[in-house]
Design a protein around this ligand. Sequence first.
Ligand code: FES
Ligand SMILES: [Fe+2]
Length: 464
Amino acid sequence: MSSAALDELKPGEARFPGPSTREVILSEGDDIPPALVEECYEFLGDEEIPYHRYTSRDFFQQEVEKMWPKVWQWACRVEHIPEVGDNYVYDVGPYSILVVRHGEGPEDIKAYHNSCLHRGTQLKPSHSTGNSPKLRCPFHGWEWNLDGTVNEIPCRWDFPKVTDAEFGLPEVKVGLWGGFIFINMDPDCERLEDYLGPMMEHFAGRWDVSKRYVALHVQKTLPANWKACLEAFIEAYHSLETHYQSKETSGSLFAQYDVFTDKVNRFVHTRGYPTPEYRALQTEEELLKKIAPHLAGTPIPEGKSARHVVANHLRETMSEQYGVDLSIYSDSEMLDSIEYTLFPNMFLFPGVGLPMVYRFRPNGMDPDSAIFDLLFLRPLADGAEAPEAPEPFKVGIAQSYRDAPGIDPVLGAIYDQDTGNLEMQQRGYKAALSAGVKTGQTLGNYQEVRIRRMHMTLDQYLNA
Ligand code: FES
Ligand SMILES: [Fe+2]
């Protein structure tokens, strides 16, 4: 687009030239879920995002005091705690939450602050899972029932002020959705259903992620602020440089960005449908060889694309592998990167071929370090129970994601590229601030709007 043509557009109106993601998806079939092709964007301003939000201890402390204890965040999946007495410790910043199954009913789940009411010891270690019929402190043996009521206090004669009524474990709110167990430390928080907003409707029916199970869980500590880490995954603009190898096959430059509410936003970008420039440079047969080398030479039906052949192959092989009927899913749902974000730190992909969940959280009280959880959710056969969720495979800071057993090596290499920039970015913020040369990030109006929305919502909490 010429700069004269660009001048006529209002900020946020410019788009990559060529067909939109929505047009590509709609051209491929009739049974496209309306949510997938819904567009929802508005210009949110172009102020810089100050670097100190990523580097300052004071800012980090504000988040710890005013944001983390007020938001819904997923702690684990129901298949992490299938049996009565199962527990799971979710840690975020200084907080430690003990999630417990106390009964056999699907909703018999409670969460407590993970700190003994005697002298504060954690009842269960950070980041641990386990099963125990009671919640017993390892220090002096104060013990609670799974429902949080007092069971036993050794030498109770010495604690006349301790009453059962006042010494039940302090609870944290729990919400269940899509097979995820959410917690919220604010007793007066809004309902989880309201917080999820459009995700309730979008993920109903064919995107019901409660009918999936955790097939892979990888965890890595990343050397940057939790927000910088999250922002490395929230736009596809970086693909041009960071994932340079995908430019001939990916539609990341004409990705669609949607901001549905203050908490929920999304991008959608095609795989196997590159920009017009790269479409013109290759035949569909050549494209097929690049996106699925094992399918090279497969005949492409008249009027169909390489991407359709790959989607079809996936539908057939995955239907058989997982014992489910995937025939209802469109090519886009089989292949594309469809990424929803729920504020502050949950990424959820309803697609079948790219079925990930990401979570980014501060690592203790360190503003320069974050914990990244990467999970793959696979389809659960009709009527089948989810197998117990695997322990996370921990990838060392300098280790490749490709070392995680079961990860697709091509995706592993992409995650390596994504996280390779982070330490340099975190240092770059500090270098620029120290030198006084620049004080904030300059964002693209469209492609980086989700970053801006995240900071605006964070401010709602910090200024409340
Ligand atoms: S600190 Fe828990 S029993 Fe003493
Ligand atoms: Fe990336």
